[in-house]
Design a protein around this ligand. Structure first.
Ligand code: FMN
Length: 308
């Protein structure tokens, strides 16, 4: 399986307005699997160019992946999927809906189709729809986080699914990567740790807030996108809002008005609870080196005799 060939069992998670070709290539060159959302490219044509660029810059056979938002609001879905099929993108990760036609198209050319889920019910549904594997997005994740404990979530899904499983949510250290493996999944799904990477597309303001923040600075609210997501407190305060008074819950009550002129992911910036793992701007290669050192140290700590 593709994850066992990686230097470390880590997939760089796709992040809107953060991951593009430079980050994906740097992650791949560092020995992990990088991914990006197709919508980060400004058109389907540009998305195709990004795929060609990544495939051309990575060593032959190095895996990489693309995230497709499978929602009716994504008018590019069909065309972007056609690009994935044409370029034989090795890993396609869908979010929101898990349509059977995407699974069939990706599996048809030998690709791996993973669907990301936040509940056990959605995990079962995605497998019914033909997904090759799942990304379990647990509590504490950047973006639209789940509410489940990673330990409970991974254990329950492993009871009925033996195939490829990734686990994300607050994993920012090599010890966290090892913990994900111990919890029964094949690889950790790591987003926030790579936001301040030199190669990321994140604006300076986003990087600076990440470097200053800790877990207590992450606020969870459905206010800005309609669905619960994790945001950096500093960006909420900068927008003139009081983080303590934001609505809670999985979905925004339809009667609650969304604040005008404040865009999720642009004005209000996202990060996961593992944000304290980043202390400086570094290259993706340096981040992966640190993750590996921490991973080996954690292994030695829990299995002192001949672990590493
Ligand atoms: C800034 C940001 C943007 C994100 N954009 C997307 C996206 O476009 N599509 C998606 O499936 N997930 C997106 N996510 C979620 C990540 O893919 C992943 O689930 C999450 O980052 C894992 O948790 P972590 O950030 O705590 O490592 C985003 C996360 C962040 C922090």
């Amino acid at each position: 399986m593709v994850f066992t060939d990686l230097r470390l069992p880590v997939v760089g998670a796709p992040m809107f307005l953060v991951s593009g070709p430079d980050l994906v290539v740097a992650q791949g060159q560092a020995g992990i699997l990088g991914t990006f959302p197709a919508l980060n490219a400004r058109s389907t044509e540009a998305f195709g160019d990004w795929c060609d660029e990544i495939a051309g810059r990575l060593p032959p056979g190095a895996p990489w992946g693309v995230n497709l938002i499978a929602a009716p609001t994504n008018t590019r879905l069909e065309a972007d999927l056609a690009v994935c099929v044409d370029r034989k993108v090795p890993v396609v990760i869908t979010s929101l809906r898990a349509p059977r036609d995407i699974s069939e198209a990706v599996r048809g050319y030998g690709g791996i189709h993973l669907h990301d889920v936040t509940t056990v019910q959605h995990a079962e549904k995605a497998l019914d729809q033909g997904a090759s594997g799942l990304v379990l997005v647990a509590a504490g994740a950047g973006g639209h986080a789940g509410r489940l404990s990673p330990f409970a979530f991974a254990a329950e899904v492993r009871r009925f699914f033996a195939g490829p499983l990734l686990l994300g949510g607050g994993i920012g250290t090599g010890a966290g990567v090892l913990a994900a493996q111990a919890a029964g999944v094949d690889a950790a799904y790591v987003g926030t740790r790579f936001i301040p990477a030199t190669e990321s597309l994140a604006p300076e303001r986003h990087r600076a807030m990440i470097l200053e923040a800790g877990a207590d600075d992450i606020v969870n609210t459905p206010l800005f996108s309609g669905v619960a997501a994790n945001y950096l407190r500093a960006s909420v305060v900068e927008a003139g809002l009081d983080p303590k008074t934001l609505p809670a819950g999985a979905r925004l009550d339809p009667d609650t008005p969304r604040p005008e002129g404040l865009r999720a992911w642009i004005d209000i910036l996202s990060a996961g609870q593992g944000v304290a793992s980043s202390a400086k701007v570094e290259t993706a290669a340096e981040i992966v080196d640190t993750l590996e050192t921490e991973y080996r140290a954690a292994l030695t700590r829990i299995m002192p005799e001949g672990a590493a």
